[in-house]
Design a protein. Structure first.
Length: 484
């Protein structure tokens, strides 16, 4: 197990990140695209070593889960290289001087985004590749031209150390600044780094208590910094009567598969299933979960937290067990609970909040009015799903604003436990889903978190950054005098 980073080494890493910030920000998009591609190639080449190591530390299956997750990780690194080649992420805008501007004579003013500076990334436990050392936060920060200080998760320290060395060596061989990327270990060391004035932004994926504590530290600094935390989500699913009549069995089986996937340790796990009264799916749901094997949790801390949270849910008046089998830490079989809309409204935070692990709660609703009341009391999250039919359009139209208010991604006849990495993806939502609901941590738009805009007014062309020069040497998509 890796030891906490000592004070001297931590200082060297932070100082190095600060020194690398200038050269990294001044590097060209093509150079950074080469860095990202080199890291992706190196990780792919090391799959035979990394995947078994991840399995040993997280209990997740090597195939298809971990092997697929590593491929996702290298894919998103290469996708950010495409973002850099495209150039739109810079938001380059040119307004030429205009003496006839309606607001009065306008000076020549040009705007472009630049790297925000060194970024502290807190790795997640549940995705040891895709949201960890070389995950999306690291990829998007490096793409933006920011040095990264990666705080390893204690759930997979040896994997973090190995992955970190591969990433660092690949970057250096590709010509990146030597201090562009480093890994640190230790909870207190992570806090020390977060408080350090050389860190310009931070990102986190994990629990609400842990993320909120770090967010408060970032906000309380003498110079507060952006903190992009992904904390918790219940991910409600609404099923209509028409959907049950048309394909109720398929919906029930899909739901069972989604909330048990990965032992329920996905931030997008559907934790609440809203069904009409007299839905008739209880037997189908039990059958779908019957004989489900016990799955080990990521680590003892998560297992203990799930066991405690599940016990609290079971004790809420009106909550009944639909399906459960004897199981205990560190491995658990799925548990499905149920309650009525009235009891859900009276159950308070215990039933309204996330239960991280292989458990989910059915809530029955009498009509549209009650469903809307139920949606008002649940915590905002990452996703909200509807299973309906075309015939439900008029019935669902008033429901959509309620779902849009509490989620960053809406799904129609699909399941939330599948977050593709793409240009249009949005993985974020109102607090406590995230601390910054205007951003995403998955997809190409994630780069925007680590950029800040600068306007250049009245400068001669020779002193302007390349994206703003009159000849547009990088051939970027630009808005010029209001026209694209």
């Amino acid at each position: 197990m890796s030891q906490a980073t000592d004070a001297a080494t931590l200082e060297k890493i932070l100082a190095g990140a600060a020194e690398a910030a200038g050269p990294a920000a001044e590097s060209t998009p093509a150079e950074r695209a080469g860095w990202l591609a080199a890291v992706a190639d190196a990780l792919d080449a090391a799959a035979g070593e990394l995947v078994p190591l991840a399995h040993a530390e997280t209990h997740l299956p090597e195939s298809p889960r971990l092997a697929g997750e590593l491929k996702r990780t290298t894919f998103q690194l290469r996708l950010f290289a495409e973002v850099l080649s495209d150039g739109e992420y810079l938001g380059a805008t040119v307004d030429h001087a205009d003496p006839e501007w309606p607001m009065g004579p306008r000076p020549d003013i040009r705007r472009v985004k630049t790297a925000i500076g060194p970024v502290l990334v807190f790795a997640a436990s549940n995705f040891p590749f895709a949201f960890s050392v070389a995950g999306g936060d690291t990829a998007s920060a490096l793409a933006a031209g920011c040095p990264v200080v990666l705080k390893a998760h204690p759930g997979h320290p040896e994997l973090s150390a190995k992955t970190g060395s591969i990433v660092r060596e690949a970057l250096i061989k590709a010509g990146a600044p030597a201090a562009l990327f480093n890994v640190i270990f230790g909870q207190e060391e992570g806090v020390t780094a977060l408080k350090d004035p050389r860190i310009a932004a931070a990102s986190f994926t994990g629990s609400i208590p842990g993320g909120r504590a770090l967010f408060d530290i970032a906000a309380a600094r003498p110079r507060p910094i952006p903190f992009y935390g992904e904390l918790g989500s219940v991910n409600p699913v609404v099923v209509t009567e028409a959907a049950i009549a048309a394909r109720g069995e398929a919906v029930a089986k899909g739901y069972a598969g989604s909330f048990t996937l990965g032992a329920g340790q996905f931030c997008t796990k559907p934790g609440l299933l809203f069904l009409p009264e007299d839905h008739g799916l209880t037997d189908v749901l039990r059958a779908a979960l019957d004989g489900a094997p016990a799955q080990p949790m990521l680590n003892d801390r998560i297992a203990a937290g799930f066991s405690s949270r599940l016990s609290e849910l079971r004790e809420v008046p009106g909550v009944e067990v639909v399906s459960s089998s004897p199981s205990s830490s560190p491995a658990f079989t799925p548990t499905l609970l149920a309650t009525t809309g009235k009891q859900f409204l009276e159950g308070g935070d215990t039933v309204h909040q996330e239960c991280f692990g292989p458990a989910s709660l059915i809530v029955t609703y009498a009509d549209q009015a009650e469903l809307l009341r139920l949606l008002e009391v649940i915590e905002p999250g990452l996703t909200a799903t509807i299973h309906g039919e075309e015939s439900d359009v008029d019935w669902l139209r008033p429901v959509l604003p309620a779902l849009a208010r509490i989620a960053g991604r809406l799904l129609w006849n699909d399941w939330p436990t599948g977050v593709t990495v793409s240009w249009a993806q949005q993985h974020g939502g109102p607090y406590p889903a995230t601390t910054a609901p205007t951003t995403t941590s998955v997809g190409t738009a994630a780069i925007e978190r680590f950029l800040r805009p600068i306007a250049w007014q009245g400068f001669p062309d020779a002193l302007l950054p390349e994206p703003l020069k009159e000849a547009n040497p990088w051939q970027l998509p630009r808005r010029t005098d209001g026209a694209r």
